[in-house]
Design a protein around this ligand. Structure first.
Ligand code: SF4
Ligand code: SF4
Ligand code: SF4
Length: 320
């Protein structure tokens, strides 16, 4: 009997999701023995035209990591969607936009200016920027178009399942492969994680304490038994889906929200702002303003992984 066909792809990705697949250690051999990998750019030398030559629906499962930042990633997302029976948004970037979507607080022109002119390592006095089409004597060179706005995978194509995490933990990856191999995939649209919040799963002592000061993790020696938020360290557990195994909390670090919003929460950042505001104790406008100032990079704190998928989606673009 023919083995099921799997594709793995990375779009706007740091590569960490790919490493997470390799982190399955010797289990990667079990995976490889039960499936045929037909595309995996980070590891195997397949070409896009090999995928284009397949019949629609020929790939049984596509694990797609990374957000959609440029036209090549959009094209391959659509190609893999057409060729795949089951499309999985794999990792926080594919599910919610992730770290690349922080670029939605700016735009392409500002990013290019920073990357190709302002960065101290540049020697680009003429302000030359990459072009989508460049004519040289040998012919035409093409580059993908860099979008103003980073998109989630589901904003570009239909997606059957969402596997959150930055990167997804190994036990969840194995759960997905196992569910696929045994034909026991959950209902379409499922997020493969917990239905509770991270706080629901965290057994640190919570005393319903109000806070009067915000600390960054390196500014305070925190009590490893007590809730980090109640010690004044911003922890996103209240507005984050559980299921990661409390990875950061067990390392005495606050949650940064990489599992995305829990069920029923539309906008993770807005939920975090309201949750933190509810435990602030300020006796005057000045005190509250001081505490707000103590949150360094509020946009990056509250929307670190979820900006593209939020109600904000991006900073408003200036009208021409
Ligand atoms: S989810 Fe995290 S590990 Fe995966 S590609 Fe995005 S930044 Fe990297
Ligand atoms: S805020 Fe953080 S430390 Fe506190 S209970 Fe929630 S997950 Fe645990
Ligand atoms: S504790 Fe939060 S940031 Fe850390 S892995 Fe879990 S969900 Fe992600």
């Amino acid at each position: 009997m023919a083995k099921p066909k799997i594709a793995l792809y990375w779009a706007a990705s740091c590569g960490g999701c790919e490493v997470a697949v390799l982190d399955t250690n010797e289990k990667i051999l079990d995976i490889a023995s039960i499936v045929d990998i037909v595309l995996w750019p980070v590891a195997l030398d397949f070409k896009y035209h090999h995928v284009e030559a397949m019949e629609d629906g020929a790939i049984d499962l596509c694990l797609f990591n990374g957000a959609i930042r440029n036209s090549e990633q959009e094209r391959i997302a659509k190609l893999l969607r057409a060729k795949s029976k089951v499309m999985v948004a794999f990792g926080a970037c594919a599910c919610f936009g992730g770290i690349p979507a922080l670029g939605n607080f700016t735009n392409r022109a500002e990013i290019f200016e920073r990357a190709y002119v302002e960065a101290p390592s540049n020697a680009n006095a003429n302000g030359t920027f990459p072009q989508t089409l460049t004519k040289v004597k040998e012919g035409e060179l093409e580059l993908p178009e860099f979008f103003d706005t980073v998109l989630t995978l589901a904003q570009v194509v239909d997606v059957e399942y969402f596997v959150p995490g930055c990167p997804p933990p190994v036990d969840i990856i194995l759960k997905v492969v196992d569910a696929f191999a045994t034909g026991q995939l959950p209902p379409v649209g499922s997020v493969i994680a917990s239905d509770k919040t991270l706080c629901d799963e965290c057994d640190r002592v919570k005393e319903e304490k109000k806070i009067t000061k915000i600390w960054r993790p390196h500014e305070i020696v925190s009590d490893p038994e007590k809730c980090l938020l109640e010690q004044g360290i911003i922890c996103c557990g209240l507005a984050t889906r559980g299921g990661c195994g409390l990875r950061c909390i067990k390392a005495n670090m606050p949650c940064r929200g990489c599992f995305g919003p829990p069920p029923g929460v539309v906008d993770q950042g807005a939920k975090l702002v309201s949750a933190i505001a509810s435990i602030y104790q300020g006796n005057s406008d000045e005190e509250v303003a001081r505490m707000v100032d103590e949150i360094i990079d509020p946009a990056g704190t509250f929307y670190r992984f979820g900006l593209a998928d939020s109600m904000l989606k991006r900073k408003r673009l200036q009208q021409p």
